[in-house]
Every structure is written in structure tokens, then in C-alpha cells.
Design a protein around this ligand. Sequence first.
Ligand code: ZN
Length: 212
Amino acid sequence: MDETGTLAAMSELTAPELLERVLEGNRRWAGGSTERDLLGAPEDPLEHLPPVAVIGCSDARVPPAAMLGAAAGAIFTVRLPGQYVDIPVASALGFAMTALNTRLAIVLAHEDCRAVHAAYEEYTTGVPPNLALAPLTGALAAGLYRAGGAADLDNAIDVNARVTAQALITECPSLRSAIISGQAQLCVMRYSPRTRLITLLEERVVPHAGVV
Ligand SMILES: [Zn+2]
């Protein structure tokens, strides 16, 4: 193990430090660098201890590890169109939080998300624009409805991202307890395929008072 790896093993990165590192990684990716950060994960390819988890969209233009400048082994990923969260998705994140020592969870939304655009259209017109995707966009549209709606397509991206974060808080007890105990952090980001840069929408999502 080289010196960097030894130091990483000696001092585990905290959630705020991990957030700083992935934002740096994104700036490298946006600048065209192929340098990858292990984020303190083991260099041994047989070990699986990713410090960061991403709940992202299936969109092929938004590959989480690459756009966060992270190496193989650093990021646990769960992806459905529109970063939809259901019980199996929350369960996958719960596994990372409890068994893999994951400390930073990221909701990774993106501009020009066709799934969210379809959901917004369904929310405003009552008609799903794509029947194959209708079961999923219907669920996303219901999230927009519960959140009080969205002003336009762009706003729907951010509203849906925050709905995703609240769904994770609600449906993933291990994430909730790790946030409350200060062991973990949940943040919300929006990626732009145009600039390749991330905007941090929420640095720290916390459970509502009374939620345990
Ligand atoms: Zn998308």
C-alpha cells in the first residue's frame, strides 16, 4: 500500500470531508480529468467498503462514479429513472449504511431528466407520455403532487430531487438513525449534462422533528 492508502486507512474520512472530495472530483471531471479518487475506500479489489452511496437516475449521461471523479470501489450506486425510491431501493441503501460503512448518501438528480419531464407532463395533463414508463412516471407524478406541484419542467427536477430525499428518510430507518446519531449525512445534488458540473441543492437533509 502506498503512503496515501496508508493515511486513508488510518483516518477515515467524515461525511463532510467526503462531500468536499466528491465536489472536487466533479470539478476535475468537468475539466476533462480522468483522475479518480478512492475516497478512503480499500485499494484491495476484494474488499467492498464504499464510503459514499448515490441514489441516481438511469440516464446514461449521468454515470455517478465518473462524474464525481471517484475510483472503482468508492461509490455504491442505486439507479432508477428519475431516481425513484421504493422499498427495494431504500433497502439497498440500508444495506450500504449498515454493512458497508457508508457515511455519505447523495441524491443525484440531473437537468434534462426525461423521466421527471414525463412525470411533470403526467402531473399537469393527467396523461402519461410514454406508456412503457407509465408505472414509474405515475409514481414520480404522485410525488410531485404530494410536494405541492412544480412551477415548470426545470423546477420539477429540483422538487423531485427533494421528494427523493424525503422518501429515503421515510423508508430507510438505518439512514435515519445514522443521520440522527451524526454518523452519516444525506445531501441532494443536481448535475448539468451541459456543463458537467454539480449544484448542491441541499448539503444536509435532516428528518422532520418527531421522526425516529
Ligand atoms: Zn433522469
